[in-house]
Write a protein that binds this ligand. Structure first.
Ligand SMILES: [Zn+2]
Length: 266
């Protein structure tokens, strides 16, 4: 049994009936627990908290946070958000998180300065891939080190389009994995094992097995997520990703309620 803690309803409605479709999918998949983690930019406070407008082409829903929380809870799901970690907006985000009744918060990195690297391959034109990976992991380590998040989502999403640095960077990359894993262990932040990458051009599980092994050695915990954007994505490829986590040495994963973590066997 697994818990799917990464789901979005942004393509549907903020309505109990819609969230119940996710609940039904979770029940069919035999999940232990599930949670909705809508993007912060879909809440009315999002643009202010992120310190920027969402990029062109990304729709925002402007949902009232209290309404969001009560609708998700009324459907029997754990209530979460997925918040972009942007270093200069850290304090405002922390205040927002503690002021609301979330069961957990997923932190993730999609923005590196003004650049949203997961929007399209066109945006990678002229980008130094090694620099992008280095900056991504340094920002990820910083995000995890804040201890603000219960989960760090899709920990190596920088590989989303399959743009990988040359082999010469591998030694440095392993060091960055170690630092991220140690920061996760130190702050109690779970690294998410996510099936979303299997649906993306990289066709890989997030994170890389070496990062997961480093997390296991460091004593960090993991959680599972599908990054479902439709009810049919719930628990997507969970057999595959749970096997993958086992192969890195894990046999327990995290569950959350009111920002308290417990571990269950899977
Ligand atoms: Zn997500």
């Amino acid at each position: 049994m697994l818990a799917d803690y990464h789901m979005h309803i942004e393509n549907g409605e903020l309505a109990t009936e819609y969230v119940l479709l996710y609940k039904e999918a979770a029940r069919r998949a035999g999940l232990y627990d599930f949670g909705v983690s809508e993007h912060l930019h879909n809440l009315s406070e999002g643009p202010r908290l992120l310190g920027r407008e969402t990029p062109a082409g990304v729709k925002t829903r402007g949902w009232d946070t209290d309404s969001y929380i009560s609708v998700i809870r009324s459907a029997g799901a754990k209530v979460a958000i997925e918040a972009d970690y942007i270093p200069e907006c850290e304090n405002e985000l922390r205040s927002f998180i503690v002021a609301h009744d979330f069961d957990y918060v997923i932190g993730s990195v999609h923005w590196l300065g003004p650049w949203v690297f997961d929007m399209s391959t066109d945006l990678w034109e002229g980008v130094d891939v090694t620099d992008a990976w280095r900056t991504y992991f340094r920002t990820a380590i910083r995000a995890v080190s804040t201890g603000m998040f219960e989960i760090f989502g899709h920990p190596d999403v920088i590989k989303v389009f399959g743009m990988k640095p040359p082999a010469g960077f591998y030694g440095e990359l392993l060091g960055l994995y170690e630092d991220l894993a140690k920061a996760a262990a130190l702050t109690g932040t779970c690294l998410e094992v996510s099936s979303a990458g299997l649906r993306k051009p990289c066709k890989e599980i997030y994170p890389d097995i070496e990062l997961l092994r480093a997390a296991n050695r460091a004593g960090a915990d993991i959680s599972f997520g599908s990054d479902a954007h439709y009810p049919e994505h719930v628990a997507f490829a969970f057999d595959t990703i749970s096997e993958f986590a086992r192969s890195a040495g894990f046999s327990r994963a995290a569950a959350f309620s009111e920002r308290k973590k417990t571990l269950f066997r899977f």
